[in-house]
Design a protein around this ligand. Structure first.
Ligand code: GDP
Length: 320
């Protein structure tokens, strides 16, 4: 990828899409196409075909598709699955038709079996049943990977797939309905601190464990694998220690300055008991995350404060 290569970030308005565009612009990549607001509607095959025909991207980062936290996955499975199937199919098909040099498809760690051995290695994919709270979304992401692999086998396309850890950061979805655990708890604890509430509800038992990756580190990992990785198997993008939900909630309370009590609501789902990626392959290639979790949380909260994101600003559109 050169500074004058034509690059398209499919899903430029998502959490990862924004971080990638920001990074590519900062590094002097001059020829970025389909940058929002001029991105086509990726669920519309005609718009996608027309866009590829005119823009002729050489490199594609596919980070498009609706996504959301555990509640969004439970209440909107049909929308999430359909959207991801459509955008995956449309973009991958046109990338083949218009001879894209390399495409990186970003899938999701939800695609691992619910009880995959932890940390999860790439060869555990498709070895067992999915977590029911997000199986529809997870299947759409698996289909995207397998479609890339099918094009690779039939036509020799350089379409690679990566699976990121749970990402968070500036531009996240801070809504209580759509967001993942970090932005949602930040929103809730911020409100509780502002209004002097004595307790904050945290969903589930607090015992599930998750690996969290700062969005700018994830964008860095995406660029790294776009340059360096080649192969039919997805590659995990992680490398951080996992934390229990209780631990991350306590850390968020500290960053936000909330001193009240945390109450765990066990009537809400826990989701997967543990989700940690085995990133041995990536780390062996020489990449590692560079932002300590505490700093990443502070940056995210500062962004939230600067933008005063309201709790009802739902934009279920974040990948990963
Ligand atoms: P997951 O990694 O796909 O399960 O997605 P989430 O980030 O939505 O949830 C991770 C874990 O955090 C689950 O066990 C949730 O029950 C728990 N959790 C606790 N409080 C919240 C909250 O306010 N919002 C979300 N989304 N999850 C929460």
């Amino acid at each position: 990828m050169h500074h004058d290569s034509t690059i398209y970030v499919a899903g430029g308005d998502t959490l990862l899409g924004r971080a990638l565009l920001e990074r590519l612009q900062r590094e002097g990549f001059r020829n970025l196409v389909g940058v929002p607001p001029s991105e086509p509607d990726l669920t519309d095959p005609h718009q996608v075909e027309l866009f590829f025909r005119e823009a002729r991207p050489e490199y594609v980062f596919h980070v498009a598709g609706m996504s959301g936290g555990i509640l969004a996955n439970q209440t909107r499975p049909a929308e999430l699955m359909l959207d991801n199937l459509l955008v995956g199919t449309n973009v991958i098909q046109q990338a083949h038709r218009y001879h894209v040099t390399r495409l990186l498809y970003v899938a999701s760690s939800c695609s691992y079996p619910r009880l995959a051995p932890q940390p999860m290695r790439e060869d555990s994919l498709l070895t067992g049943p999915l977590e029911p709270t997000n199986d529809a979304y997870a299947l759409a992401k698996l289909a995207g990977w397998k479609l890339c692999d099918a094009f690779r086998r039939q036509y020799g396309s350089c379409f690679i797939t990566a699976i990121p850890a749970n990402a968070f950061g500036p531009h996240d979805d801070f809504s209580l309905q759509g967001g993942h655990v970090i932005p949602s708890l930040m929103q809730r604890m911020h409100q509780a601190r502002t209004t002097g509430e004595k307790e904050v509800v945290v969903w589930g038992s607090g015992t599930p464990r998750r690996e969290f990756l700062y969005i700018h580190d994830l964008a860095d990992a995406c660029l790294f694998v776009m340059h360096r990785y080649e192969g039919p198997s997805p590659i995990n993008l992680g490398g951080q220690q996992d934390l229990s939900i209780r631990e991350i909630a306590t850390l968020i309370a500290d960053v936000v300055g909330y001193r009240g009590k945390l109450r765990f609501d066990t009537s809400k789902p826990d989701g997967m008991p543990r989700k940690v990626l085995d990133s041995t392959r990536l780390l062996a290639m020489g990449w590692k995350p560079s932002t300590p979790l505490r700093i990443a949380l502070e940056n995210t909260y500062n962004w939230f404060l600067a933008h005063q994101v309201r709790e009802d600003t739902v934009h279920v559109c974040q990948p990963v």
